[in-house]
Design a protein around this ligand. Structure first.
Ligand SMILES: Cc1ncc(COP(=O)(O)O)c(C=O)c1O
Length: 375
C-alpha cells in the first residue's frame, strides 16, 4: 500500500484557522450569517420552525436539484446529486470513476483534493500546468501529451484555486478535445463560478460541452455559505447513480436544514442578490490588496486573479513559504496558505474578500513578517 497523502492545506486550516487574530487562509468570501441569508431571502426564523428534522431526500430534494440544474445549460433535476460540499462530490468522483492503477491527468496548481485523493486511490497522475509567465494560462501542449489511451479522467479547477485564472473558451475546447480523443471523463471543479472579479458573467461550465463531464459546485465560495455544507455533482444520471451508491456509504445525505436554506439561497430571486454581495466583497477587498502589493513592489508581485477571493502572491525574500507561514502564524497571529502546498514555493495564497479593516490589518502583519527576514 502506498503511503497516505494527507490533505496538507485542509490540515493547516483545521488546526489553526480558529486560533489566529487574522485568518486570511480561506478561499471564499466572508460568510453570511443565518440572519443575513433569511433577510436577503425575505424569510423569517419562525418560518423554519415547522421543518421536520428528518432524513432529507438522500440525493437532494427536488426543488433544490431543480435550482441547481437551472444554473447549467440543458440540465434537469435528474442530472444533479446533492452532496456534503464540493469536497464530497470530488471524492465520490475519484472513488467511482478511478480504479487503482488507472491514469488521471490533472491541471496544476489547484485545490489539490482530487490530486491527493487520486494518489491515495493508487491512481497514476500525469501532471500538466498553468504557467505563471503566461498569466497562469494552461500549457495545452503539455496537457495534450499528458492525456493518452490509459487516461480515465482529466481534472480541472475553473476558475482556478489558487491563481484565480479563468480558462478561455478556446482552452476549454482544447481540454474537451484531449479528453474526447481517448474517451476520458472530465471532472470540472467549478466552485468559484459566480465569484468573478471582473464583469458579472458567471464563468461558463464544462457541463454540456461533452457527454462525459461531471461538473462540481457548492454554496461555499461564490455564495459565502460554507457552513451549509451543500455541494453538488452535475452529470449523466446513470453515472450520478454510481456516485449516489458511494454517497450512501459516506454521508447518506446532507442535512434537512441545509437543504432548506440552500434552496432559498439558490432560488432565482435570491441567488443574484447573494452573488452581488460576493462581488462587492471581492472587489472592495481586491482594491485594498492591490494597493498593498503596489506599495511593496520591491518584494511582492502577483497576477491579478480574474475570479475567486484569493491572490497567489510571489514574494522576493529568502525564506521558504512553509517556514514563512509558520512564523507569520506563531509571531504575528495571521494565517495564510504556503505556496508549498500547491508545489510552488516563494508564494503565499492570501484571501482578500473579508471586511476591509481586517484585511488591511492582516496584510500589514504579513508585510512586517516578510521584512523581518530581510534584516
Ligand atoms: C476548488 C475547491 N473545490 C472544493 C472545495 C471544497 O469546498 P466545499 O466547502 O464545497 O466542500 C474547495 C474549498 O476550498 C475548493 O477551493
Amino acid at each position: 500500500m502506498t503511503e497516505f497523502q494527507p490533505f496538507e492545506m485542509e490540515r493547516l486550516m483545521s488546526r489553526w484557522e480558529t486560533t489566529v487574530d487574522f485568518n486570511l487562509s480561506e478561499s471564499g468570501v466572508h460568510p453570511m450569517t443565518l440572519g443575513e441569508l433569511l433577510d436577503v431571502g425575505g424569510r423569517t426564523v419562525d418560518e423554519l420552525l415547522d421543518l421536520a428534522l428528518d432524513y432529507p431526500v438522500v440525493n437532494g430534494k427536488r426543488e433544490l436539484r431543480e435550482a441547481i440544474a437551472g444554473m447549467y445549460p440543458e440540465a434537469t433535476a435528474d442530472d444533479v446529486l446533492v452532496t456534503v460540499g464540493a469536497a464530497e462530490a470530488n471524492y465520490l468522483v475519484v472513488q467511482t470513476l478511478l480504479e487503482p492503477g488507472d491514469e488521471a491527468a490533472i491541471l496544476l496548481p489547484n485545490y489539490m483534493q482530487v490530486w491527493g485523493a487520486a494518489k491515495n486511490r493508487g491512481v497514476r497522475i500525469r501532471e500538466c500546468h498553468l504557467v505563471e509567465e503566461r498569466d497562469w494560462a494552461p500549457d495545452l501542449d503539455e496537457l495534450a501529451d499528458a492525456v493518452g489511451p490509459s487516461t480515465k479522467l482529466v481534472a480541472v479547477c475553473n476558475p482556478n484555486n489558487p491563481t484565480g485564472r479563468i480558462l478561455t473558451r478556446v482552452e476549454m475546447d482544447a481540454i474537451v478535445a484531449a479528453a474526447e480523443r481517448v474517451g476520458a471523463w472530465i471532472l470540472a471543479d467549478e466552485v468559484y463560478a459566480g465569484a468573478e472579479r471582473e464583469g458579472d458573467e458567471v464563468t461558463p461550465s464544462f457541463h454540456g460541452l461533452y457527454d462525459r463531464v461531471i461538473a462540481v459546485g457548492s454554496t461555499s465560495k461564490a455564495y459565502g455559505l460554507p457552513g451549509l455544507r451543500i455541494g453538488w455533482a452535475v452529470g449523466p444520471p446513470d453515472t450520478l447513480d454510481e456516485l449516489w451508491a458511494r454517497h450512501e456509504y459516506t454521508t447518506i445525505s446532507t442535512s434537512a436544514l441545509s437543504q432548506e436554506l440552500a434552496t432559498l439561497a439558490l432560488s432565482s430571486e435570491v441567488r443574484p442578490r447573494i452573488l452581488a454581495r460576493t462581488r462587492d466583497y471581492i472587489r472592495s477587498g481586491f482594491s485594498v490588496f492591490e494597493d498593498w502589493v503596489a506599495s511593496h513592489r520591491d518584494i511582492l508581485r502577483f497576477v491579478p486573479p480574474q475570479a475567486a477571493a484569493i491572490a497567489f502572491t510571489r514574494y522576493d525574500v529568502d525564506v521558504s513559504s512553509t517556514e514563512l507561514v509558520d512564523r507569520l502564524r506563531e509571531e504575528r497571529s495571521v494565517l495564510v496558505v504556503p505556496g508549498d502546498h500547491f508545489g510552488i514555493d516563494r508564494c503565499l495564497r492570501i484571501s482578500f474578500a473579508v471586511p476591509v479593516d481586517t484585511l488591511a490589518a492582516g496584510l500589514e502583519r504579513i508585510h512586517e513578517g516578510l521584512v523581518s527576514f530581510t534584516r
